[in-house]
Design a protein around this ligand. Structure first.
Ligand code: SF4
Length: 325
């Protein structure tokens, strides 16, 4: 089966102060129909620029410097802006971390849902109203016929995120890109929203690209995981394989950072240092200044992506192999 989204060697750069800064630097991944791929990594690793690149929403001074983004076999990098407008919202939808940055506080949620439906689906006012109420019900908003008249600021954070999901799904997109959609929510609401997304994925037969820095969310949501670091994918694996046998030291480091109630107090693991800025990537393996397993070769040569059973990892000395010992 051909993947619904197939990204190959994507390069997205920004131009600033006479420099060309590679925010996404040769990223390749695919998502099969009906699958949830989680793109995981620390802030600044290039996850959001990757998702915005797929939507072709990179503003100047950013530009696409190479690669292909095949969505249902069509290269999105070759589409005109008019063609992309017909794809965004309709065939690919995106939901964001903070609903208040996407919902207009001056209009009721009903007006905003109807506007989206009329623009993308050319529904009549009556049809759009009926579909908007149906969508609010589908995402678990009680009494949707009433609440459709409310403004976003009259709703709680969890309800606003449900409205955002309704907006994203109202045109029944084939691919949903969810960029940290639960990060701003408290844990109980987060669990409800993740449950909701899993249910809607099943009911609407959706494919999801889920961006997160939270490995707990990855364990809940992912079929497969791509780990991103400093503008590149460094490991990719089915979720069970990744958690059972991480191959890249960065993935291992992220897992060690998950709080463990069994660990004595004061022993929270951290990965030393920070993700380098895109204009200061180190030579060789970009993780080498922070890697506890680094050897001289790591600073000299960038490791290629290598297949290791069900996983792939870009590391000269992948964990669990003879090379690491
Ligand atoms: Fe660590 Fe070297 Fe592997 Fe990079 S290539 S992750 S520095 S062991």
């Amino acid at each position: 089966m051909a993947p619904i989204l197939d990204v190959t060697d994507l390069r997205t750069v920004f131009h600033a102060e006479g420099k060309t800064i590679p925010a996404v630097d040769g990223v390749s991944f695919h998502i099969d129909k009906g699958e949830t791929l989680c793109l995981v990594g620390e802030s600044g690793s290039g996850k959001s620029v990757t998702s915005l690149s797929v939507m072709r929403l990179i503003p100047p001074p950013g530009e696409y410097a190479g690669g292909k983004i095949l969505f249902e076999g069509e290269d999105l990098l070759r589409k005109t802006e008019k063609e992309m407008c017909a794809i965004r919202g309709n065939r690919i939808a995106m939901i964001y971390q903070e609903p208040m940055t996407s919902l207009n506080p001056l209009f009721t949620v009903g007006m905003q849902l109807r506007e989206t439906l009329r623009k993308h689906q050319r529904l009549s006012a009556r049809e759009a109203q009926a579909r908007a109420v149906e969508m609010l019900g589908l995402v678990g908003i009680p009494d949707p016929g009433q609440r459709i008249r409310e403004f976003p600021w009259q709703m709680s954070g969890g309800m606003r995120q449900r409205v955002m999901i309704a907006m994203g799904l109202c045109c029944r997109p084939r691919l949903l890109i969810a960029d940290e959609p639960t990060t701003a929510l408290d844990v109980t609401i987060q669990a409800q929203i993740l449950d909701l997304m899993r249910r809607l994925k099943r009911e609407l037969d959706m494919t999801i690209l889920f961006i997160t820095h939270d490995l707990g969310v990855v364990a809940e949501m992912a079929d497969r995981v791509a780990v991103m670091y400093a503008g590149r994918i460094v490991e990719e694996a089915p979720v069970r394989v990744l958690f059972a046998k991480p191959r890249h030291p960065y993935t291992r480091g992220l897992m060690d950072c998950i709080p463990d109630p069994g660990r004595p107090r004061g022993q929270l693991h951290v990965i030393s240092g920070v993700v380098p800025a895109p204009d200061r990537y180190p030579t060789g393996c970009r993780f080498h200044p922070r890697c506890p397993y680094a050897r001289p070769l790591c600073a000299e040569e960038a490791p290629p992506m290598r297949k290791l059973g069900a996983s792939s990892a870009a590391c000269h000395f992948p964990l669990g192999t003879e090379a690491a010992s």
